[in-house]
Ligand binder design. Structure first.
Ligand code: EPU
Length: 425
């Protein structure tokens, strides 16, 4: 297991390119199962989660070629059984359910196991598929989905107790594109990643309207064809580096290949906290610089267009050394506060209670060996370490490698003093 040593206190400077979105890539890769024609997808980040998805696709019979950020997939001869050994490594594997049942009438996928960021049920995924005619059974830890008479479009409300579901919306949309008739998804997730999947499917010949709103209408078609698509920039990676610019630079850092319209929530909160955020005229790059008088503020996560849960850990790390009191509440994953105990080990003053963290800014953090517990929690630890005094040792780096492409190299490019120590426990 690799670990990262961060020698804190060196101001970041310069610019980096933001990678393609991990969370947009995963369902888009799965959607390649919907056609026997070749699809070409560009700007797929080289992170372990996309690698797992490509391994699943290969195991399902797809021909997969990958060179730098470009992935070519041909799903001419596929079978419906996703192997447990790979599926268990990544929850997003459940995205293959919708496309498999739509294309083959059948799918067998392992039930995802526990997750450190909280309970992550898949009832809404199953509700969606059932509503359009799939029979669902479980056997030996697998979900068996079958649509003997084909899928038939219907109106489905996918709202759960924590709001809409991103991958649940994706799964139903991917199944419905080949169903007979019209499917209407009410209370759909409207994250930019859902819109990117819809754009990908439309470019394959699907008929989808309303992606990006709470109501998506899908008119089923007989078959889909090949396509060539470029994945949107990763707004969470960009947001993470925006926070880095606010807390660990002096003159600011610039992030290229971003989309301003996807970064409104992070930008607004940084500005509210007293920092400077400047987008280029075309919105494709952003410079973030620390303010002279930063102040704590309140964050409440919510489904898009609200503040993303995937950014709350990084802002918590920033608030750890921001004067005043900040409050971070996660309504989507109320248990997603594992980073707080580790930040406390570095000297932060954070009280976590019932889905909220109250952070009293301290003057500085010190270094300590800390443990990454999940993807965004790890990013929070890296951010805190950039500002901390001394050397912070971040263990279990594989969590960050799931979703941040070459994070150590990007930090080095910005002048940070970081070292990846390979193969340590
Ligand atoms: N939920 C249900 N039932 C379901 C599905 C979800 O109750 O069947 C609940 C969840 O427990 C949660 C809420 O609904 O409380 C929203 O979860 P959602 O289904 O939207 O999450 P997801 O689609 O599994 C994606 C991202 C996550 C991100 C969430 C929320 C991918 C691969 N994952 O997960 O990203 O936190 O949406 O925006 O797109 C990450 O990148 O670090 C990450 C965890």
């Amino acid at each position: 297991m690799d670990k990262l040593l961060v020698h804190g206190g060196t101001p970041l400077t310069g610019s980096i390119n933001i990678s393609g979105s991990k969370n947009a890539s995963l369902p888009i890769l799965a959607a390649a199962l919907l056609t026997d024609q070749q699809v070409i997808i560009e700007r797929v980040p080289d992170v372990s989660d996309t690698n797992y998805m490509l391994q699943i696709l290969s195991a399902l019979g797809c021909e997969v070629e990958r060179y730098s950020g470009t992935v070519k997939i041909t799903a001419a001869n596929i079978h419906p059984e996703a192997p447990y050994e790979i599926v268990r490594k990544m929850r997003a594997s459940i995205c293959v359910m919708g496309p498999l049942v739509a294309r083959l009438g059948r799918a067998s996928v392992s039930i995802p196991g526990g997750c450190v960021i909280g309970d992550r049920p898949i009832d809404l995924h199953l509700k969606g598929l059932q509503a359009i005619g799939a029979d669902i059974d479980t056997e030996g830890g697998n979900i068996l989905i079958e649509a003997k008479d084909g899928l038939i479009g219907k109106e489905v409300d996918l709202r759960g107790k924590h709001g809409p579901t991103v991958l649940g919306t994706d799964n139903l949309m991917m199944a419905a594109v080949l169903a007979k008739g019209t499917t209407v998804i009410e209370s759909a997730a409207c994250e930019p990643e859902v819109m990117d999947l819809a754009d990908f499917l439309i470019s394959m010949g699907a008929k989808i309207e309303g992606a990006g709103t709470r109501r998506i209408t899908i008119e089923g078609v007989e078959s889909l064809g090949g396509t060539h698509h470029t994945v949107i920039p990763d707004r969470i990676e960009a947001g993470t580096f925006m926070v880095a610019g606010a807390i660990a630079s002096e003159t600011g850092i610039t992030l290229n290949r971003v989309r301003k319209d996807h970064l409104q929530q992070a930008a607004e909160k940084l500005i509210e906290a007293g920092h400077y955020v400047d987008f280029s005229e075309d919105g494709s790059s952003v410079t973030v610089k620390p303010g002279d008088d930063p102040q704590g503020c309140k964050i409440l996560t919510a489904p898009h267009p609200g503040f993303p849960t995937d950014m709350q850990a990084q802002f918590t790390a920033m608030f750890a050394t921001t004067p005043g009191i900040s409050v971070v509440e996660d309504t989507i994953f109320p248990q997603r506060f594992m980073h707080c105990a580790e930040l406390t080990r570095m000297g932060a003053d954070i009280k976590v209670d019932n889905g909220s963290a109250v952070i009293t800014g301290v003057a500085k953090l010190g270094s300590a060996p800390v443990m990454a517990s999940d993807l965004r929690a790890s990013a929070a630890l890296v951010l805190a370490a950039l500002k901390a005094e001394g050397t912070t040792e971040i263990n279990r780096l594989y969590h960050i490698d799931r979703g941040y492409e070459m994070i150590d190299e990007k930090l080095l490019q910005l002048g940070a003093k970081v070292e990846r120590v390979r193969g340590s426990v």
